[in-house]
Structure formats: structure tokens, C-alpha cells
Design a protein around this ligand. Structure first.
Ligand SMILES: O=C(O)CCC(=O)C(=O)O
Length: 184
């Protein structure tokens, strides 16, 4: 079970325009256990997103982000109803090992992760073999599609970078369960 890596999902011009368009979103740097979270976030989805002991209230879809969602769906399938945006200001921003496996998340759905701006390493490891780490370098304009069920078997992280770098924005498209879904 491997993610699909698409190096040039967007053209540089498309990526530049999308990156400019997301700057006006309501970015927040949350707190976790009394410390600032090492990245800024925006949540777009059908309801508030509760994870890591905090709650992100949903912002509305923008035309630019909805167009990217539609392009991902047209090429790789899926029916995404939410996206978590992460903004890593510099090499010190990061996200630690985790799986996107909150109970509200539809585990039978793909998760598609689009990168804009600075390149960062994205590490993946099986939950049962934590020393077996695979590294993807997520360059601007790239798309990483994690298959259904992947979160139940693997963890991922974006570690702090030892090399200085500029800002990176990541958009992780997901599907959250809705009231009408079985088992919700
Ligand atoms: O920035 C990334 O590529 C990863 C983001 C992430 O781990 C997440 O949204 O769950």
C-alpha cells in the first residue's frame, strides 16, 4: 500500500496563484498543552474539526480551493468535503508523527495532499515497524495521494528542517463522515 506521488500536479503559475489566494484565509497558530503549535492552520469542512486536544472552526470554501478539489477528484476519484491547510513559516515549523484517523474521518476515502512553496521532507512509517521510514520530498506543485485505509496502517510527519527554508503551504483534502453516513 503506497501513496501515489505526482510531481507536477499544478504548473508553477497555477501554484503561485493558489498560494497568493490562500494568504487571506483566517490562519491561526493554535496552542497544544500550553505551547504554540509549530504551524498555522485553516480548516474548511462541514463542521468543526476536533483533533490533538483542540477545535478548528470551519472557514468557507474559496473558488480557488474548490477548483483544485474538483481537479483532484476528476483525476484520482473521491468525494472530498473538507480540507486542512497547514502553513509552515520556516524550517522550524513542523508536524509530528500522527495518522489522520479521527473517528469523524472517513477511513474508506483517499486523502490528497497538495504542496505549495518551499520543499519539505514528508516521512511515512508503518505503525507496526516504526524504524522503517520512507521519505518523500514534497516539492511545490506536487500531490501525494494516500489510499483508503492508509491512516490505519501508517503514520506520517513533516520534521523540522536542518536546512533553512521559506514558507510552505499544504492543503490536505479529506472526507469527513456526515450524519447520513452509516456508523456516524
Ligand atoms: O504538510 C504536510 O504535508 C502534512 C500535513 C499533515 O500531516 C496533515 O494535514 O495531517
Amino acid at each position: 500500500m503506497n501513496p501515489i506521488f505526482v510531481k507536477s500536479f499544478l504548473t508553477p503559475l497555477e501554484a503561485e496563484a493558489l498560494l497568493a489566494s490562500v494568504q487571506c484565509l483566517p490562519w491561526t497558530r493554535g496552542q497544544f498543552r500550553g505551547h504554540p503549535v509549530p504551524r498555522e492552520e485553516v480548516w474548511i469542512g462541514p463542521y468543526a474539526y476536533k483533533f490533538s486536544g483542540r477545535t478548528l472552526e470551519p472557514a468557507g470554501w474559496t473558488a480557488e480551493i474548490a477548483a483544485i478539489r474538483d481537479k483532484i477528484q476528476a483525476q484520482y476519484g473521491g468525494d472530498y468535503n473538507s480540507v486542512l491547510l497547514n502553513r509552515y513559516a520556516n524550517a522550524r515549523d513542523s508536524v509530528s508523527w500522527h495518522s489522520d484517523d479521527e473517528p469523524e474521518m472517513d477511513s474508506a476515502h483517499l486523502i490528497a495532499s497538495l504542496s505549495l512553496g518551499a520543499s519539505r521532507a514528508f516521512l511515512v512509517r508503518p505503525i507496526t515497524h516504526k524504524n522503517s521510514v520512507q521519505t518523500y520530498v514534497l516539492t511545490s506543485e506536487s500531490l501525494l495521494v494516500m489510499p483508503a485505509g492508509f491512516q490505519q496502517k501508517y503514520q506520517h510527519c513533516v520534521p523540522k528542517s536542518k536546512i533553512a527554508c521559506g514558507t510552505r503551504v499544504n492543503l490536505t483534502f479529506r472526507r469527513m463522515k456526515l450524519a447520513e453516513d452509516e456508523g456516524f
